[in-house]
Design a protein around this ligand. Sequence first.
Ligand SMILES: *[C@@H]1O[C@H](CO)[C@@H](O)[C@H](O)[C@H]1NC(C)=O
Ligand SMILES: *[C@@H]1O[C@H](CO)[C@@H](O)[C@H](O)[C@H]1NC(C)=O
Ligand SMILES: *[C@@H]1O[C@H](CO)[C@@H](O)[C@H](O)[C@H]1NC(C)=O
Length: 421
Amino acid sequence: MATQLHRLLPLLLSLPSLIFHRGTSPQLAATTAGDDDPAADLYPVVLLPGNTCSQLEARLTASYQPPSPQCGAEKGTGRWFLLWKNATAMRDPGAAACVADQLRLVYDPAARDFRDAPGVETRVVGFGSTRAFLADTPADRDLCMGALVGALERAGYRDGATLFGAPYDFRQAPAARGQPCRAFSRFSRRLRALVERASAGNGGRPVVVVSHSQGGYFALEFLNRSPLAWRRRYVKRYVMASTGPGGFLLSVQTLAADPSTALSDPSLFMALPSPTVFGPETPLVVTRARNYSAHDIPEFLAALGLPPLAAALYETRALPVKLGFRAPVVPTTCVNGVGVPTTDQLVYWDGNFSETPGVVYGVDGGDGLLSLASILALDTVVGDGPRQEDYRSIKLAGTSHAGVVSDAHALERVVGEIMGV
Ligand SMILES: *[C@@H]1O[C@H](CO)[C@@H](O)[C@H](O)[C@H]1NC(C)=O
Ligand SMILES: *[C@@H]1O[C@H](CO)[C@@H](O)[C@H](O)[C@H]1NC(C)=O
Ligand SMILES: *[C@@H]1O[C@H](CO)[C@@H](O)[C@H](O)[C@H]1NC(C)=O
């Protein structure tokens, strides 16, 4: 599940950067001469953090069936408690099992949507603020935009005035249009209101939307489902850090290690390697008997012993979103690390997916999580998108997935894009 992904995300040392520019030249920040309010020069910023970086609260109703008596302690009290990320609970194996049970989602065939486990209600903490990101511990700071928030504050940004956070339920991925997805619908409504409020509070200036990693799937879907006139009115620039249209192999490895996550953590499907980037001739999973490409995900899910529902949900809810990864038609900068050893292939030679796979690294590295193919595809999928006029790509050599929003040299570039310098 999400916690596994979090543990595995590599943090690697940074090296000097290579920068590639395309499209129009950088814009200058608007200046209002003679104005002594420093915030008057700033375009408001809304940040979407990566996977597991939002905090979730829960309460347990009387119908909750605890897997152990310990898990039922809060049952029926009506009290909202911190479910993710609750460091106290994670340290106690009994309580950690409760967190896992209460974090899992279930698919509700009647609603055709994922919802919290029976008897569990959850909510996202602190929408609107960057203070609610999981950046309060050293372990999560780099991954969860803590360093970026610090850099923006040094540049004059203030939380709640010019700087805003859009945390989200990271277990719930946006589903294809036409598929019910209450979590994403609700998130989109709140984000739309937040962007409008941020703009209104800053003299009607448009907003710079900044996402990291999984936040990019949410931000891009949000933008592409917003009317073009709204995007042009409210979005000054979209800065997408560490997201690629191709997904990544760690999601395959996570599914193989625990197939039940397919039906309890739909965000994993969002991250599976996409046919947009990887053709049918590119084996991603290798076994003696057969190989699996990004076009064989349904067969792979079946090989993991999952019921047909898993492949059906993949094909109807997740795949159309992956294939629909496209240019948002607002000025966009993609910032990605490259040149870091990254898994390109998983080898389960005996076809036993419970075993630890052999790993084949790509010749040219990606960011340690996203392969180079997935990163380079941004230049065509987004950069060459119809009507996409202003596209810039910044590729930072030797910079990891998390390093893009935490290494000093990367922060300088990202903050530069945000501030239009
Ligand atoms: C964290 O989880 C424990 C259960 O293990 C709970 O008692 C506590 O209230 C939670 N913390 C917060 C801040 O809600
Ligand atoms: C699987 O892919 C590898 C290359 O990665 C290739 O050598 C092998 O022949 C393929 N196996 C099958 C069964 O197609
Ligand atoms: C697959 O691998 C797991 C872990 O190594 C092992 O426990 C299990 O027995 C293996 N299954 C088969 C069918 O060999």
